[in-house]
Design a protein around this ligand. Structure first.
Ligand code: HDD
Length: 752
């Protein structure tokens, strides 16, 4: 037993094991090159760190490069130690007064282990708690040089970035695919300081003034009494607020549209929302809005898909991002600018650029590409990077300044303030993920969790004791420029400009810009969400808002709710639809798309291998689906009929007609007693997969005996369902359909 063993025995036993085996025979041992997943029996080096840990971890807290190995603060050496580095003999038993006795207070290892564990959690973000992140590179095109002096926008300049995507309302553990706005926050580690672009996938916001932020969030979060529902806007308090506070109606219709349920973070646009002020080398200013344009286009889930995914794979978007990056299908966006003259009234084409509930249609001010973002590295440690990353709108670089947008002004306060609680003190910019890659010399001192050992005696200016250091910079040394905007003499008041009172014209613009199928989705979303409200008065009040947007939208939702449709209380705005707002009608690259291939494990089709290879070659991901795991005809099976659901695939190839397996649930027609129709010949889980894929408007192509499956599923002859003679022909047919994302004709559209 343990107490009887002496140190010598333990060391000798371990040494004997190591000596007996040559390194190349011991998986996981130093030199073997083979990490062991079996239970290890000998001291081993930790698994090699991922290469990305070179940055920003290889910086000192003051930003200077260091030679300290990146994982030095993580794991070193083969042996378990205390936090102070003393090697430990046993971490499985507490120190007790005899085997049956109480734990001794002197057990310093027990106390350290449990105390640290007790404090492992930090408060989740008050909003955007659920998220995932990735590292990448931004490369400037140089096209913005005329409007901004920011160095990272220069032609060919590469800058490291970290991006965190998020939902807004849910807790850290909530599902990814809920209907909500998505955060799209980017940290550019530029040579001139860190620039944070903290945006969303929706270009407008619920409120015009930051002082309303607690109101909209309290309304959207779960009800305070029961703390339900989680991560949803489909409840009374949310609709109570937005129907009373009508400036929220624009953001709300975006949430009710397909934008509220993205297919992937990779297929989302991003928006800086506010108007920023840019300054060029000559000191000239322009106003601008930031846009992220995804290379893969903007695609969304279908509402039923989103709901199923929330159950079968709550980490759907997180998994998708990691899988794509680890498969080498690096997500890409172009950063674009809409640029406006910096006029005294800060408007463009009659649109108030300081009002964050308004867009400027791209048809009026085109989005001009200024650089490219590629995400190519997943975090090594979720907590250290994704959880501890702290964004702040005040992280600005020379060439980019703020405007007086009252929402932006308030955000400049909130993002620093919130970290004081979340990251427990004022030194969070020293946490590795937050460290600037520019040298830091800030005269900020002390405080909780201070990591730096500051030298010198004079952290004040002016001083002579530290030789006058640090010195103030100027234009020649790339100092940040606060644009000396003239602030007009005005009374101190709590009021908005009159232009902020238009709450409906752009909501109508959005609605009018949608295709029939997108309108149908919006109607269903409002009907679903309001149908979840209990209070009649709230539904009626929101119907009144819809009447002021569009009578068809209002009457369709009213019908669904079983309520009368009210008339508008104000004239409907004359609007020019903006095609750029619609997701339907364009063709996009199919890179990174997931293609499910259903095979019959009993009679595998010989074309499957070739089809898989061709899918890979086209930059997509094939997943073989069969009745059981393991291998079929030498091919790995990635999904079984028990684990595959339509949500995971962008399209299906059917390469065989698998008969019902013993573990399959009874087929529907078998339950009904017929049992002899074509459906009973095919495994019912395959039929469910096809039924769902069909409902979710995905392309489905078959070849060989797979044609019989389409017949059994009753989908032959419908749009986007094709049978071909060979695997090659079936894949070619599928590739014709994929760029449109979905077979849109399958959605019935009752409105135009
Ligand atoms: Fe905010 C987080 C985006 C308005 C206060 N916000 C946060 C995040 C994103 C946004 C993407 C997550 C950052 C991360 O991944 O760590 N927020 C927006 C956008 C807004 C907006 C696009 C409007 C245009 N936010 C807004 C207002 C306030 C805040 C008006 C307060 C007055 N937001 C916060 C916050 C958070 C935050 C409380 C929570 C965690 C954090 O900052 O770091 O400070």
């Amino acid at each position: 037993s343990k107490p009887g063993r002496v140190l010598k025995d333990v060391v000798e036993a371990a040494a004997a094991k190591v000596a007996d085996a040559r390194p190349d025979q011991v998986p996981g041992s130093p030199g073997s090159g083979v990490p062991s997943l079996a239970e290890p029996t000998t001291p081993q080096d930790p698994l090699p760190p991922k290469s990305e840990q070179g940055t920003p971890d290889t910086r000192t807290p003051t930003g200077a490069p260091t030679d300290v190995p990146p994982t030095a603060k993580g794991q070193q050496g083969a042996f378990l130690t205390t936090a102070n580095g003393a090697r430990l003999r046993d971490t499985d038993h507490s120190l007790k007064a005899g085997p049956r006795g109480p734990i001794l207070l002197q057990d310093h290892h027990f106390r350290e282990k449990i105390t640290h564990f007790d404090h492992e959690r930090i408060p989740e973000r008050v909003v955007h708690a659920r998220g995932t992140g990735a590292h990448g590179t931004f490369t400037g095109y140089g096209t913005a040089e005329g409007v901004s002096r920011a160095g990272f926008l220069a032609k060919g300049k590469e800058t490291q970035v970290f991006v965190r995507f998020s939902t807004v309302l849910g807790s850290r553990g909530s599902a990814d695919t809920v209907r909500d706005t998505r955060g799209f926050a980017t940290k550019f580690y530029t040579d001139e300081g860190t620039f944070d672009l903290v945006g969303n996938n929706i270009p407008v916001f619920f409120i015009q003034d930051a002082i309303k932020f607690p109101d909209v969030i309290h309304a959207g979060k779960p009800h305070p009494d029961r703390e339900i529902p989680q991560a949803q806007s489909a409840h009374d308090t949310f609709w109570d607020f937005v129907s009373l506070h009508t400036e929220a109606q624009h953001h709300t219709i975006w949430n009710m549209s397909d934008r509220g349920i993205p297919r992937s973070y990779r297929t989302m646009e991003g928006f800086g929302v506010h108007t920023f002020r840019l300054v060029n080398e000559a000191g000239e200013t322009a106003l601008a809005k930031f846009h992220w344009k995804p290379k893969l286009g903007v695609h969304s889930l279908e509402w039923e898909e989103a709901q199923i995914a929330a159950g079968v794979d709550p980490d759907f978007h997180r998994r998708d991002l990691y899988d794509a990056i680890e498969a080498g299908a690096y997500p890409e966006w172009e950063l674009g600018l809409q640029v406006f003259p910096d006029t005294p009234d800060e408007t463009f084409a009659g649109i108030d650029l300081l009002d964050p509930t308004k867009i400027v249609p791209e048809e009026l001010a085109p989005v001009q590409a200024v650089g490219k973002l590629v995400l190519n590295r997943t975090p090594t440690n979720f907590f250290a990077e994704t959880e501890q990353v702290a964004f702040h709108l005040g992280n600005l670089v020379p060439g980019i300044d703020v405007t007086n947008d009252p929402l932006l002004q308030g955000r400049l306060f909130s993002y620093l303030d919130t970290q004081l609680t979340r990251l427990a003190g004022p030194n969070f910019s020293q946490i590795p993920i937050n460290r600037p890659h520019a040298p830091v010399n800030d005269m900020l001192r002390d405080g909780f969790h201070q990591q730096a050992v500051h030298a010198g005696v004079a952290p004040y200016r002016p001083n002579s004791l530290d030789g006058g250091n640090p010195f103030e910079a100027d234009d020649a040394s790339h100092a940040f420029l606060d644009v000396p905007v003239v602030v007009a003499a005005a009374p101190k008041i709590r009021e908005n400009p009159a232009s902020f009172d238009d709450h409906y014209s752009q909501v109508r613009l959005f609605w009018q810009s949608m295709t029939p199928v997108e309108k149908e989705h919006i109607i269903r979303a409002y009907t679903f969400e309001l149908g979840k409200c209990y209070e009649q008065v709230i539904k009626e009040r929101q119907l009144q808002c819809l009447a002021n947007i569009d009578p068809v939208l209002c009457s369709e939702v009213a019908t669904g709710l079983g309520l009368p449709a009210p008339s508008p209380t104000q004239p409907l705005a004359e609007v020019e639809p903006s095609a750029a707002l619609s997701q339907v009608g364009q063709l996009w690259p199919a890179d990174g798309r997931v293609i499910g291939i259903v095979v019959d494990a009993e009679a595998p089709d010989p074309d499957v291998d070739e089809v898989r290879t061709a899918i890979f070659a086209a930059g997509m991901l094939p997943l073989v689906i069969a009745a059981h795991g393991g291998k079929v005809d030498g091919l790995d099976v990635q999904r079984t009929f028990a684990t595959a659901r339509s949500v995971e695939f962008d399209a299906l190839l059917i390469a065989g007609a698998p008969a019902p397996a013993p573990d399959a649930l009874p087929a529907r027609d078998a339950k009904a007693g017929s049992g002899s129709g074509p459906a009973s010949l095919v495994d019912p889980r395959v039929l469910l997969l096809i039924e769902e894929s069909w409902r979710h408007a995905k392309a489905i192509c078959a070849w060989g005996s797979g044609a019989a499956v389409l017949d059994a599923a009753g989908v032959v002859g419908t749009p986007g369902v094709l049978s071909e003679n060979s695997g090659e022909a079936a894949l070619a047919a599928l590739q014709q359909l994929l760029p449109a994302h979905r077979v849109w004709e399958r959605f019935p559209a009752t409105v135009s």
